[in-house]
Design a protein around this ligand. Structure first.
Ligand code: B1M
Length: 208
């Protein structure tokens, strides 16, 4: 019998192999894809997020759990598409123009995916033009930008300005080591998150 509790534990512990096996077994047994997603995967990532917020779980464990979740999602995604499960929102994400750091951005993207968002990752060094083009073509409600350098923080401001000038109404969330709430307020971002767990809370709040 499909063991979603074991799958939940496997995600929590970052046991990639068990995640894949248990997800495959649940799909083969005909367990509904949204049940596997919610009970097996998302609730485990919620636990990871809570632990991270309380400093009980650290970045390496979060990355390992997110990677395990990603492997399970690769099996589950076609089933979710077949079942017509709606994501809770669509978000495009990338690192600010000029910035090549992507470890934090990838973690944020994985956590948002884990929380049920449809995440389109534009990668690193993403220009304002690319954000605008992708915001238009995907119809995303949210745009995430990450910056690790004090210099590339400035390109976030330019991108937000360009998005507004292009008439894009998607809400913008920013983050990254040098970024602060005060800076987000200054440049007109709609949300700021200090870490990947908080990014999920902020993103959920913006699409609610
Ligand atoms: Co670079 N680097 N780096 N680097 N690098 C830093 C950022 C630096 C602080 C190191 C230092 O000097 N102490 C410094 C920046 C100084 C500054 O501007 N104030 C620096 C520098 C100077 C540089 C170069 C200029 C070095 C050089 O070439 N002279 C160069 C710049 C290249 C470029 O971007 N144009 C450079 C290059 C690199 C590598 C390529 C070697 C590598 C990046 C590899 C990669 O990402 N694939 C690298 C690395 C690894 C680092 C450090 C060591 C680690 C960054 C990291 O991955 N942290 C970093 C020093 C440090 O931070 N201790 C440093 C772990 C990651 C999980 O955390 O990204 O903060 P972080 O993400 C967090 C939160 O910030 C938040 O959630 C994440 C998870 O909790 N968050 C968001 C992030 N994005 C978010 C988005 C959100 C919400 C939350 O909403 C959308």
């Amino acid at each position: 019998m499909a063991d979603l509790q074991a799958l939940n534990e496997a995600v929590f512990k970052g046991d990639q192999q068990s995640c894949v096996e248990l997800t495959k077994a649940a799909v083969e047994e005909g367990v509904a894809a949204d049940k596997i997603l919610n009970e097996g995967l998302i609730s485990a990532m919620d636990r990871i997020g809570e632990g991270f917020s309380k400093n009980e779980i650290y970045i390496p464990e979060m990355l390992i759990a997110a990677r395990a979740m990603k492997s399970a999602m690769e099996i589950l995604e076609p089933e979710l598409v077949k079942a017509g499960v709606e994501p809770i929102g669509k978000l495009i994400i990338g690192t600010a123009a000029g910035d090549l750091h992507d470890i934090g951005k990838n973690l944020v993207a994985m956590m948002l995916k884990g929380a049920g968002f449809d995440v389109i990752d534009l990668g690193i060094d993403v220009s304002a033009e690319k954000f605008i083009e992708q915001a238009k073509s995907t119809g995303a409600q949210l745009i995430g930008m990450s910056s690790l350098l004090t210099t590339t923080m400035l390109s976030m401001e330019e991108t937000i300005k360009a998005l507004k000038e292009a008439g894009i109404h998607a809400k913008v969330i920013i983050g990254g080591a040098p970024v602060t709430q005060a800076y987000a307020d200054k440049i007109g971002a709609d949300g700021y998150a200090a870490d990947a767990a908080e990014a999920v809370t902020v993103a959920k709040g913006l699409v609610a």
